[in-house]
Ligand binder design. Structure first.
Ligand code: MN
Length: 570
């Protein structure tokens, strides 16, 4: 596709001269960077970034996102430096390309339980909702051209990753249409035989079902109009294949029950008309109990709104109905990106009375709207994905994701790995640096827990633990030791400050001294005096009878100790 053809396409999608002038340099740069590269299909490589950018443009994203979509593979495939992109296209586009390149590294590790964490990690790494949308469109185009991968193993792995990571992400963003497409593209790759059988069965039933729906449509239309509801559209839906497949598995392969399901969508003018249509349908045909769902009053977490009902229609056939407004229909297709589209057409959205039901998807797009006219930095900050703001995603040194609530400390982290690790923790490192037990962890940090056999948990850890898992494990250990939480009060809180010559194993030696004295360290803080000396502050409780001099003598015996000070604290 030449620039002239591409330009024409973007114009059709509603982009103006000014936008095109902003996008052109990225188009030319990408075209040149990929000029000697071919896709597996034999086509010039540039066809891929062009396709991805057009998908992005269909969602009416800004020119930075479209430029980034054009450039999204130049770093990975052609070794173009991020710095080069920064100089040529500015920070915003360079950031988007870098983030798209980075999320490619978030891989499915085959840890089943980590799947949800993985999706969150992906979102956290993406940082900006536009990155997630570009990545989804990239995956969509790769899935559409997956047949050209010659190795079946590789095709399968990509399809599995699509089902595990990308389709649920699209769903979370309310991009239902994209989710359905991704699933239907992955389905035949993973379940070859099943797919074949299912499409054959469906073809057999299709004619009969289409005839039935054809007859039903004018009946529905007439009945609605009689009650002054004018439908904008009545569509028969073909459920997407993968969802039929999932239903079959759920109903243990009762083909007739699932494949006979006729489905119809009614799009009307207003929310009032949605409810009236529902009433009209129920007057005509008996609804199936338990199948009426009001996602208008209670939208799904991804923002999806609609009324659903299943009725015993003419000839006692079961028919599924979805009833929604134009706006809801658009949102179901475009999800979070629907709001950019609204921006472009200048149409106002969301009636105020529904605002209290807004999901995070809406909150996010509301932020985006509020940022209009704000500075570039402010917009970037607002677009940072902190809709998981109450969760943080940390990593073990091996790269496993540990998903914790905000405010979690190394104590939580240790117990979330294993209770043995928690019970014997004597120190914690974040990104290679020692931190106190009370340290608040941040997303993206790598946390390493140091353990020692005779180290025991302290009752004071209960103040640092944020998760109930960690709290329960600490309590159960204290119970086994016969320490009640209330004995905490009978003990004096102490602080020992030592200044020592730094060396390997220093902390471990101190930790052993405390263990011998029967003292459980509550917290340890570090301060590098200079490159040779370390200041360490141990916080602990001791029985009132225990003499400070005894502790002093014991600590002094540790090699490298220069000065010690002990004091009582409140
Ligand atoms: Mn790509």
């Amino acid at each position: 596709m030449t620039w002239e053809e591409y330009e024409k396409k973007l114009r059709e999608l509603g982009y103006h001269e000014k936008d095109l002038a902003e996008i052109k340099p990225a188009f030319l740069f990408a075209e040149n960077a990929h000029k000697d590269e071919k896709r597996k299909s034999g086509e010039p490589y540039i066809t891929h970034p062009i396709a991805v950018s057009i998908y992005v443009a269909r969602r009416k994203l800004d020119t930075a996102a479209i430029s980034a979509a054009l450039l999204h593979d130049v770093v990975e495939n052609q070794g173009v430096e991020i710095e080069t992109l920064k100089k040529k296209f500015g920070d915003e586009i360079a950031f988007l390309v870098e983030a798209v390149t980075k999320v490619d590294k978030v891989r499915y590790r085959g840890i089943e339980r980590a799947s949800e964490s993985l999706r969150k990690m992906f979102l956290a790494v993406a940082e900006d909702i536009r990155v997630v949308i570009i990545k989804l469109m990239d995956r969509l185009h790769n899935m559409e051209t997956l047949e050209f991968h010659e190795e079946e193993e590789k095709r399968k792995r990509i399809a599995e990753e699509t089902l595990e990571l990308y389709a649920p992400l699209a769903d979370r963003l309310g991009m239902w249409e994209i989710k359905a497409k991704l699933e239907d593209l992955a389905f035949p790759v993973i379940y070859k035989e099943e797919y074949k059988m299912l499409t054959e069965k469906l073809a057999e039933k299709k004619e009969e079902k289409d005839k039935y729906l054809e007859k039903l449509k004018p009946v529905v239309e007439l009945e609605l109009k009689k009650e002054n509801v004018v439908p904008l559209r009545i569509l028969y839906r073909t459920k997407h294949l993968y969802s039929i497949w999932k239903k079959l598995v759920k109903y243990e392969m009762d083909f007739d029950r699932v494949l006979d399901l006729a489905a119809m969508r009614i799009v009307v003018n207003s929310i009032e008309d949605c409810y009236r249509s529902l009433g009209i349908l129920h007057k005509l045909w008996r609804p199936m109990p338990g199948r009426i769902k009001d996602f208008i009053a209670l939208p799904k977490p991804n923002g999806y709104r609609s009324l659903h009902t299943t009725v015993f229609g003419p000839e006692k056939k079961i028919v599924d109905f979805q009833i929604r407004t134009e706006e809801m229909d658009r949102e179901a297709e475009y999800g979070v990106s629907a709001h950019w589209a609204y921006e472009a057409s200048g149409k106002k959205k969301i009636t105020p009375k529904l605002d209290k039901n807004l999901s995070w998807v809406r909150e996010l797009s509301d932020w985006y709207r509020d940022q209009k006219g704000a500075s570039h930095e402010e917009t970037m900050a607002a677009l940072k994905i902190d809709f998981f703001k109450d969760r943080i995603f940390t990593l073990t040194p091996k790269g496993e994701v540990i998903d914790l609530p905000e405010g979690a400390t190394p104590v939580d982290f240790a117990y979330h790995i294993h209770s043995e690790i928690g019970d014997h923790m004597f120190g914690a490192k974040v990104n290679g640096k020692m931190v106190p037990f009370s340290y608040k962890l941040k997303s993206g940090s790598t946390v390493e827990i140091l353990t020692q056999k005779n180290k025991k948990p302290s009752a004071d850890w209960l103040d640092f633990a944020k998760t109930s898992l960690a709290k329960n494990r600490i309590r159960s250990y204290l119970r086994r030791l016969g320490i009640s939480e209330s004995t905490k009060k009978e003990h004096q809180m102490m602080e020992a400050t030592v200044i020592s010559r730094d060396r390997v194993g220093l902390l471990k030696d101190y930790s052993e001294i405390f263990a011998k004295l029967g003292i459980n360290i509550a917290d340890v803080k570090f301060d590098a005096k200079n490159k040779n000396y370390l200041k360490i502050v141990f916080t602990f409780r001791s029985k009132r009878g225990l003499l400070n001099s005894k502790i002093l003598t014991a600590l002094k015996s540790v090699k490298g100790t220069e000065t010690i000070a002990i004091r009582e604290i409140k």
